[in-house]
Ligand binder design. Sequence first.
Ligand code: KG4
Ligand code: ZN
Length: 335
Amino acid sequence: MALVLGIETSCDDTAAAVIDENFHVHSSVVESSIEQHQAFGGVVPELAGRAHVTTIAPVVRRALLDAGLDPTSPALTGVAVTSGPGLIGSLLVGLSSAKALALAWDLPYVGVNHLEGHLFAPLLEARDLEWPLMTLLVSGGHSLIVFQRGPGQHVVLGETIDDAAGEAYDKVARWLGLGYPGGPEIDRLAGEGSSKALKLPVSMIGDEYDFSFSGLKTAVVRATQANHEVALADVAASFQAALTEQLVRKLRSSLEHYEVKGVALAGGVAANSALRAGVTRLATEFGLVTHLPTMAMCTDNAAMIAAAGMYHLERGEASGLDLSARPNWHLTDVS
Ligand code: KG4
Ligand code: ZN
């Protein structure tokens, strides 16, 4: 049985996981340093890097033990690690660890693109996935619409021209005096408010499939400055509805032009209740299957990195020890 150890340290989560060639997850451990960043309203790169240094070894050990493997000499067939995009200091901790382990255990290893990892997440929960697939990948750092012919075969149709969707949630939450990360709190509050309370723009700026969220964020600031009486829950509901509307409209446009069998969500914002409902409605209208990952698979984890790594290692695409971290590695540059 082929077993790959995945390692993910691109942002604030230190993660390790073991999966097999059938994409069964044998273990998945995620240790977040988010509490250290909360006082600053966002991830502090230096703190994130230092946290990975102290956490990486115990997290890898736990993932190996949970998978029933000997942590000193595990019966693995390869190692996969996120080598970009992400925070340079954080990426280097995972990459150096993966290189050291691969060298010590005499295993091939491969550097994986973090976004390609997110695209593999639905495969870990629905192995009978039918292709092609349209995926909306929305997280704190990225927002993309991706057409996937099959695993590892992706075309980026559009992406954000300014803020990522999760970043917009986090910035609006900060403006409203809510905690970090702001997405879950806005989502909760939105359930108690009216989405019609504030008239906010649904931006259709940019190319057909591109997104723009910074205008919406400014509109929320202006609207709340002009109306001090408006309830927090109503602001949250109005903002969430406008942001979701843009995502769903662009997704609809992609489904009108590309023939697919299903629609998938990926990334942290995929946990959003309004987005999950909107995308499910849209897919049903088009007669398509919806793939909504569980929360653990929406957010950063190493099982998805191991899955992308398994795909590349099976094709003999191992990396050399001279591989560098690529903080700005774009999904379109993944070969
Ligand atoms: O994928 P992720 O864990 O980390 C990366 O950015 O790679 O995504 C985190 C983002 C944060 O911006 C957070 O506010 C957002 O996902 N998020 C949500 C929800 N849960 C997490 N946004 C909206 N609604 C949610 N329920
Ligand atoms: Zn991510």
